[in-house]
Ligand binder design. Structure first.
Ligand code: ZN
Ligand code: ZN
Length: 260
């Protein structure tokens, strides 16, 4: 082995022993060593290991088939093939398909909460790694022309200081050379938080909240709309409506979590 590499490995190992990583979810210190030399693994546990302890990583499970081929909601029955759910049959979806990394509960919910409301922006790294993994699971890299985050209203952006949808994709889409546009779609109307609203009220509340600064940038584009959580789909559906009206070829949706 190369002496420099050996010394570097020794140095990193000593650092990990003196300063073990602290789990970003439960805040306990845990043992973890980067596995130098072995091929990079793409499992959920491995990509989140530098940030979450083993027990917090355990319930981070990706959504698996069968799920709704349109909105991505996992079906209770764990048998059978993907098909449309009853809500997608009844409600008009302006997007083509929506996919999420995992179900919005347990540690994934906790991590998203800490990230958004607890100002823990360091969580953007593991969450971004999960978003990237989900993207490559459901899309071909060259099947998307433009990545657009669901925008926040300027007032909310000032309060929070960052747009969570922006942070979970910005870094890797730039690395993968996928064009990113965080300016064209904007939230022009202030809306009350959707959290305590019914499905119908969410739709009403969000109606007309979005507009486009440069509609010509959207025409003919295959768009990937990104948000942190898909709850009833009212927000992403409203964004997709605006983007489709401006002539997008299609709008697909990627979120970290999916409420069920
Ligand atoms: Zn933990
Ligand atoms: Zn559905």
């Amino acid at each position: 082995m190369d002496t420099t590499l050996f010394l570097q490995g020794l140095w990193e190992t000593s650092l990990r022993i003196i300063f073990p990583p602290k789990c970003l979810i439960c805040h306990t210190y845990y043992a973890w060593q980067p596995s130098a030399g072995s091929p990079a693994s793409d499992t959920v546990s491995d990509i989140t290991a530098p940030y979450f302890c083993e027990s917090c990583r355990e319930d981070l499970t990706p959504i698996a088939s069968p799920f709704c081929s349109k909105c991505g909601v996992p079906f209770v029955s764990r048998e059978g093939v993907d098909h449309g759910c009853s809500e997608c049959v009844l409600e008009r979806r302006h997007f083509r398909k929506a996919r999420a990394f995992g179900v919005y509960d347990g540690n994934l919910m906790q991590a998203i909460h800490l990230f958004k409301y607890g100002n823990k922006t360091s969580l953007s790294r593991p969450l971004s790694a999960l978003a990237r993994k989900t993207f490559f699971q459901f899309w071909e890299q060259n099947s998307i022309d433009l990545v657009v985050p669901v925008p926040l209203h300027m007032k909310r952006l000032r309060e929070r200081g960052f747009n969570q949808a922006h942070l979970v994709v910005r870094r890797w889409v730039t690395q993968e050379d996928i064009p990113f546009d965080g300016l064209t779609l904007s939230r022009s109307r202030w809306t009350e938080p959707q959290t305590n609203l019914s499905r119908a009220d969410r739709r009403k509340n969000i109606k007309g909240a979005f507009s486009l600064r440069h509609p010509e940038r959207i025409k003919g584009q295959r768009i990937l709309l990104v948000d942190d959580v898909y709850t009833t789909g009212a927000t992403v559906n409203e964004c997709a409506k605006v983007l489709m009206k401006a002539g997008a070829e299609f709008v697909d949706v990627l979120t970290l979590a999916r409420a069920v």
